[in-house]
Write a protein that binds this ligand. Sequence first.
Ligand SMILES: Nc1ncnc2c1ncn2[C@@H]1O[C@H](COP(=O)(O)OP(=O)(O)OP(=O)(O)O)[C@@H](O)[C@H]1O
Ligand SMILES: [Mg+2]
Length: 228
Amino acid sequence: MIRVQEIGKAYRSGRRQVEALDEVSCTVQQGETLAVVGKSGSGKTTLLNCIGGLERPDSGRIACLGENIHELSRRALSMFQREHLGFVFQFGNLLSYLTVHENIEFPLALNRVPRRERDLRVSALLERIGLGNSARALPGELSGGEVQRISFARAIAHRPQILLADEPTASLDSQTAHDLVQLMLDVVRDQAASLIVTTHDPVVIELTDSIMHLRDGKVVEESRTTVL
Ligand SMILES: Nc1ncnc2c1ncn2[C@@H]1O[C@H](COP(=O)(O)OP(=O)(O)OP(=O)(O)O)[C@@H](O)[C@H]1O
Ligand SMILES: [Mg+2]
């Protein structure tokens, strides 16, 4: 479960001060999905970064699977991230000098999954995202949408219970986007994971349980899209 309680985060650079997040709260149970929507600059990426422990909020609390992640030591936080967190970055963040296969394998190696099991899981994931023939390619040889799908495969390879995806379908056509969303929902169901996905994509919004709308760092609207 993800529980965010009244978090605030401001950025100051020179004379510019931005309230990127202002008293934002949300809860996502295991097996549930939340879409975060809002204009560019409304705080979506900042929210995911705070939940994933990549940035520290100025105020408020965040608990992931019952752990107050911003109270953990650096070491305990990285262990937590490596084991329980899958993060799909808005701009991919694949390692350019590793092949597609090696990129997806990376979190499995960190978690000491045995080599044979790693290979099986990576191959199965590549098939699932329709890139079975690209295992030996380097990220620089792929299209934006292919990179996005591989980033997604890397984020779920170690079967995390918390999945944070930042505009994961932004460079995909609607069919490929639909397939990726379906894969996200399978992960959520099969692993009883909690998913927060930021998006502008109606395909994603339609398939999540709830929507939270941010404007200038504030929650302006929340709604459930599925009946309990
Ligand atoms: N490292 C930073 N330093 C200073 N300001 C920042 C930083 N990161 C984000 N901001 C500011 O915080 C606000 C929220 O940014 P954020 O990236 O969370 O928006 P977003 O909703 O993800 O936008 P987009 O849809 O364009 O990805 C913006 O005004 C942005 O300029
Ligand atoms: Mg963003």
